[in-house]
Design a protein around this ligand. Structure first.
Ligand SMILES: [Zn+2]
Length: 163
């Protein structure tokens, strides 16, 4: 099932409000944000997949601390996206089981959050419309994301004619 526009909007607002609350600047420091949210990041070589989140304490729902475990040997931009994605899981999906049917929905939600956090629509528009012309590579560098992620984001925001 697709996410409703209002759910998407809410998730995006959540990313923006964290950016504002912690005065984060571009490129967003996902490590600093995690720290402020009591989320610890552990990088390991034995991770199956790209990463996952473990809430601490038996009653996961009430956990105040989470650990994000991510694969160490992936490129930095991919790691940043995974951390942003896992941050959303640790904020909102503490009690969703890995095998639950809500899992796919939770994955889409976490991706929307990560995209908005790392490439906020307004900042992207400001960069694209700034006096100096920018191409995808420069934008990717500024936001510290992969070129591919930036390409998708530019398309999604209907800005491809301006690049
Ligand atoms: Zn996920």
């Amino acid at each position: 099932m697709a996410l409703s526009p209002s759910t998407k909007k809410e998730i995006k607002l959540q990313a923006i409000s964290l950016i504002n609350k912690y005065s984060l600047v571009i490129p967003i420091d996902v490590y600093a944000l995690a720290e402020k949210l009591n989320i610890y990041i552990q990088e390991r070589n034995d991770v199956i997949g790209e990463g996952f989140t473990i809430p601490i304490f038996a009653l996961a729902k009430f956990a105040k601390i989470s650990i994000i475990i991510i694969e160490k040997d992936v490129i930095k931009t991919r790691k940043r996206f995974t951390i942003a994605h896992e941050i959303y899981h640790s904020l909102e999906h503490k009690n969703i089981s890995f095998f639950s049917s809500d899992k796919a929905k939770a994955e889409r939600e976490a991706n929307i959050f990560a995209t908005e956090l790392l490439m906020p629509a307004n900042q992207i528009k400001n960069s694209v419309y700034s006096p100096e012309a920018k191409n995808i590579s420069e934008l990717a560098y500024i936001f510290n994301v992969s070129k591919q992620a930036m390409q998708i984001r530019i398309k999604e925001l209907n800005l491809d004619d301006n690049i």
